[in-house]
Design a protein around this ligand. Structure first.
Ligand code: PEP
Ligand code: MN
Length: 339
C-alpha cells in the first residue's frame, strides 16, 4: 500500500482478497502496510487491486516462500517480544541456562543477565534429548520459575515447546515460543504456533537447507502469525572438531531474501565453551540481529549441555565485546547512510 493509504483502503483490499476466496495477510510496517495473498492456486490477476485507492503496486512473488519475502515487504521486520524488540537497532541478547534445573540455578544466572543489560532470558523446561534416559526438563514447574524471572528481573522469557500442549503452556508463562532444531519440519507444530499470538523463535534444522528453513518460517506465517525470528544454530557436517558447523554465511543470505530478523546461537553452533566467544563475535560482525547464549553458574554440574555453557563471568565479558562490535557496525551504518 502507499505510505498515505488509510485503514479503509487496507480493509477494502483485504475484503476483495477474501471475496476472491483467498487469504489476506496484513503486515503493517513503519512507513507502509504490505498485504500478502495466499490460498490462490494459479496466478492472481493484479487488475483486481491495481487501481484501488491506496494501492501502490500489485506484485507477483515467484519464490516458493511468499510472506517472508522481501518482495512483499522490503522493510525489515522488527518483532516485539514481551516489552522489548528483536530486529531493530539494538542487538538482542538472549541468555540463560540450557535447562531450568532449580530456582537457585536460574536466579543466579538471571541476575548476571539482567546486570549485563540484556533484555531476554532463555531456559528450557521441555528438553529434546537424544536419549530418553537423559534429563527431560522440569515441565510446567520449570515454566513457573521462568515466569518468576520475568517478575523479579524484568527479563523477557524465551523457552522451547515440543508439542501443542507445550505451546499452550509457553503461551501462558513465556514471551516467545522457541521451536527447536529437531522440530523445524514438524509441520503440524509450526501450524499450531502460527495460530498463537506469541512470537516464535525458529531454529534451523540439523541439516536444513536455507530454502527448507525459510519455508518452515512460511508455515508459521501462513497461519497468520508474522512474528517469526530465525536462528542459525549450526548444522551437521563432516567436521568433528565442533558439535556443529555454525553457518555464518546464512546471515547475509537471509537478510537478502527476507524481512525477518535472524539471530545466532554460538552455544549449540559449536558445543565448546572456548569457541562460543569468538563465534559470537563473528556472528555479530556478519550482521546477526542478536544472539542466544547458554550460561550456567557451574557448567561442570549442568544437567544438559555443560560443555558449551559459559560461566556468568565469561558471559559478562562476552556481552561487553559483542556490544562494542555492534556499536562499531551501527556507527558505520550511520556513516554509510550519510554518504
Ligand atoms: C536449546 O536451545 O536448548 C536447544 C535444544 O537448541 P536446538 O534445538 O538448536 O538444538
Ligand atoms: Mn542446550
Amino acid at each position: 500500500m502507499k505510505a498515505d493509504a488509510v485503514q479503509a483502503d487496507v480493509d477494502r483490499v483485504a475484503e476483495i482478497v477474501e471475496k476472491l476466496g483467498y487469504r489476506p495477510h496484513l503486515m503493517p510496517g513503519a512507513s507502509r502496510t504490505a498485504i500478502g495473498i495466499t490460498g490462490n492456486q494459479g496466478a492472481v490477476d493484479p487488475a483486481h487491486f491495481e487501481n484501488l485507492p491506496g494501492v501502490a503496486d500489485a506484485i507477483r512473488v515467484t519464490k516458493p516462500y511468499k510472506l517472508i519475502s522481501k518482495d512483499l515487504r522490503p522493510e525489515k521486520s522488527v518483532i516485539k517480544v514481551g516489552n522489548a524488540e528483536i530486529g531493530g537497532d539494538e542487538l538482542a541478547v538472549i541468555a540463560g541456562p540450557c535447562a531450568v534445573e532449580t530456582p537457585d540455578q536460574v536466579f543466579k544466572v538471571a541476575e548476571f543477565v539482567a546486570k549485563s543489560g540484556a533484555k531476554f532470558f532463555r531456559g528450557g523446561a521441555f528438553k529434546p534429548r537424544t536419549s530418553p534416559y537423559a534429563f527431560q526438563g522440569k515441565g510446567e514447574d520449570g515454566l513457573k520459575i521462568l515466569s518468576e524471572v520475568r517478575d523479579r528481573f524484568g527479563l523477557n522469557i524465551v523457552t522451547e515447546a515440543m508439542d501443542e500442549r507445550g505451546i499452550d503452556l509457553v503461551e501462558k508463562y513465556g514471551d516467545c515460543i522457541q521451536i527447536g532444531a529437531r522440530n523445524m519440519q514438524n509441520f503440524s507444530l509450526l501450524k499450531y504456533a502460527g495460530k498463537t499470538r506469541k512470537p516464535v523463535l525458529l531454529k534451523r534444522g540439523l541439516s536444513a537447507t536455507l530454502e527448507e528453513f525459510l519455508l518452515a518460517a512460511e508455515y508459521v506465517m501462513a497461519e497468520g502469525n508474522y512474528d517469526v525470528i530465525l536462528c542459525e544454530r549450526g548444522i551437521r557436517t563432516f567436521g568433528t572438531h565442533a558439535r556443529n558447523t555454525m553457518d555464518l554465511s546464512v546471515i547475509p543470505a537471509v537478510h537478502r531474501l527476507t524481512h525477518l530478523p535472524i539471530i545466532v546461537d554460538p552455544s549449540h553452533g559449536t558445543g565448546r565453551n572456548y569457541m562460543v566467544n569468538p563465534m559470537a563475535r563473528a556472528g555479530v560482525a556478519v550482521g546477526a540481529d542478536g544472539l542466544i547464549i547458554e550460561v550456567h553458574p557451574c557448567p561442570e554440574e549442568a544437567l544438559c549441555d555443560g560443555a558449551q555453557a559459559l560461566t556468568p563471568e565469561q558471559y559478562l565479558e562476552l556481552h561487553e565485546q559483542i556490544s562494542a562490535i555492534h556499536k562499531i557496525l551501527a556507527s558505520e551504518h550511520m556513516e554509510m547512510m550519510a554518504i
